[in-house]
Design a protein around this ligand. Structure first.
Ligand code: OAD
Length: 264
């Protein structure tokens, strides 16, 4: 459970950001989807995939050496994500977005749950498991074409290359325009809120440092310390995102209502 004194300080920092009409930038990782039943990267793979490491499957080499298996793995993950629901942490971020005109949500997740919850301004650093493209020339491929295809993986209707998920594989570049927008948001953040990331994968993990150097206050929500906690975090709120984020958001709302009331 988060330390209540630290929670108060975090709410105060959010209040100051709000009153100054500052920019709230949120960085999320797999931990924000944990209470939706989606395992994090640090969780072991289970079931059919228990003997495989994500690091071996989520690579171009892994796909080229066994396209059907990697395609099936993403099929399995897409179906389990599709059956999952956004959790209170996702919904609390939607509420926060409505309170801060200058709001950017940067996510490392590919599960589309922020968008399903209703978040508007979402920067997907690592792509989206519900988007597809061809392996050779990045031709976008629609989901409904895939539904009709027997092949596994299907073939691009334009150039006949294999179709792959539009996600960033290990060793691949992140989408440059998205990354530029994320760096720009971090460099102009008044406050950065980090939720559910181990903070070990770059360049995402360098965004909090960038915000800190720009003078931002940094709040982190995680049941455990991350690689970022000792270096850039001002207020560490220990606990699961689905519990702590709604608590933070509702405490801020109460403060804002009280402020409104005092203005008469
Ligand atoms: P990780 O699996 O590395 O870390 C998950 C983080 O979530 C850990 O710090 C956990 O302590 C925390 N966590 C677990 N349960 C939580 C909960 N209920 N509430 C809040 N936090 C919780 O996942 P990421 O940091 O997102 O990259 O990993 C970043 C990237 O590593 C992924 O995007 C992926 C992987 O390589 C690519 O696929 C390119």
């Amino acid at each position: 459970m988060p330390d209540l004194a630290i929670l108060d300080k975090a709410v105060e920092a959010l209040m100051q950001c709000h009153q100054a009409q500052g920019s709230l930038v949120v960085l999320t990782g797999a931990g924000v989807s944990k209470e939706s039943g989606i395992p994090t990267f640090r969780d072991a793979q289970t079931g059919l995939w228990a003997n495989y490491k994500a690091e071996d499957l989520a690579t171009r080499e892994g796909f080229l050496s066994n396209p059907a298996m990697v395609w099936d793995w993403y099929d399995f993950r897409r179906n389990s994500v599709w059956q999952a629901e956004p959790n209170p942490a996702h919904h609390a971020l939607v509420d926060l977005e409505s309170l801060f005109p200058a709001f950017t949500l940067i996510t490392q997740n590919i599960d589309n749950l922020h968008q399903r919850a209703g978040s508007q301004c979402v920067l997907e650093l690592h792509g989206n498991i519900f988007r597809y493209k061809c392996l050779e020339r990045n031709h976008p491929v629609s989901l409904d074409l895939l539904a009709d295809s027997e092949a596994s993986p299907p073939h691009c209707p334009v150039c006949n290359a294999w179709v792959r998920p539009d996600v960033v594989w290990f060793g691949e570049m992140l989408p440059p325009k998205v990354l530029d927008r994320a760096f720009d948001a971090a460099a102009h953040a008044t406050l950065m809120l980090i939720v559910g990331t181990s903070g070990v994968v770059h360049p995402a993990a360098s965004l909090p440092q960038l915000a800190k150097e720009a003078g931002a206050t940094v709040i982190e929500i995680n049941p455990e310390l991350s690689a970022l906690t000792p270096f850039v975090v001002d207020y560490f709120l220990q606990g699961p995102a689905a519990m702590v984020l709604p608590e933070l958001q509702s405490a801020l709302t109460r403060r804002l209502v009280a402020l409104e009331g005092s203005h008469g």
